[in-house]
Write a protein that binds this ligand. Structure first.
Ligand code: ZN
Length: 267
């Protein structure tokens, strides 16, 4: 048996200690890497699941699709004829129900130049303050629109389509599946807003998630949920929020309704 001096033994112990430390460090880094990979996989999976990306700004402002479901059309027509609407917050405007000719709106301008009905301004402000307190930074990408503005959006869309080879008739038909016909856009009411992320502190997807969970507290509803397309006539628009007041918003949120269904229930 070999005899070690005191120094030699100390050195052996030191070496063993270093090896052990190395092993611990290795395990630690493996855990960190593993956690990171799980995190990345989760984010990727989430994006696939929701189907929209950071580029939501570039999506059409109004994505109206055609539906030939006549029972729903009847349903909605019935609604507007029979709903004795005295509450401005519950006015129904969709592809089957135009804005009344005598509709008037008093506007308040936001800091970025967009405008909204003055009656929704304070709750919109409150909602944005609450979002920012949660580190979510929304912007109003589009608020009130005049009939002229809505018409020019439609004309732009038609021109784009014609430029890409559509005939006059086809371009018009296709454009109407993307942009609401003048008189049927909630933006002309001034109580609907398209909300996105500011693109600096928040991506739109995060903003949409926050709004979906919190907007009802401030009287706003997700107006076109993806699973109500056959009733609203508009496909999923996670950015389009409509003011209905806190009571209606709470009921719509808690029962998973769209505005058309809620109004039907009221009768
Ligand atoms: Zn909108």
């Amino acid at each position: 048996m070999k005899e070690y001096t005191f120094e030699q033994r100390e050195r052996i112990i030191q070496r063993k200690r270093k090896k052990k430390l190395k092993r611990i460090r290795k395990i630690f880094f493996m855990i960190i890497t593993f956690a990171l990979l799980i995190g990345i996989a989760y984010e990727v999976f989430k994006n696939i699941g929701t189907g929209f990306s950071i580029q939501d700004f570039k999506q059409p402002i109004s994505n109206v699709k055609r539906y030939d479901n006549s029972s729903h059309i009847e349903n909605t027509r019935y609604l507007v004829e029979d709903t004795n609407l005295t509450d401005w917050r519950l006015i129904l405007v969709n592809r089957w129900n135009s804005i009344p000719d005598d509709y008037e709106v008093e506007l308040t301008q936001l800091s970025n130049g967009q405008s909204v009905d003055s009656r929704i301004y304070s709750e919109l402000q409150e909602m944005f303050d609450a979002a920012r307190a949660d580190n979510i930074y929304p912007i109003v990408a589009s608020g009130y629109r005049t009939a002229e503005k809505q018409t020019s959006l439609m004309e732009e869309k038609i021109a784009d389509l014609k430029a890409s080879g559509y005939s006059d008739a086809d371009a018009k038909e296709e454009a109407e599946t993307w942009v609401a016909i003048t008189g049927t856009s909630e933006h002309q009411l001034g109580i609907a807003v398209d909300i996105n992320g500011d693109g600096i502190h928040s991506v739109s997807k995060k903003v949409y998630k926050w709004l979906a969970e919190n907007s009802y507290k401030y009287g706003f509803i997700l107006r076109y949920p993806g699973d109500k397309t056959d009733i609203t006539g508009v496909s999923n628009e996670p950015w389009h929020y409509r003011y209905v007041g806190t009571d209606a918003a709470k009921e719509i949120y808690e029962n998973g309704l769209c505005l058309e269904e809620y109004l039907e229930e009221l009768q």
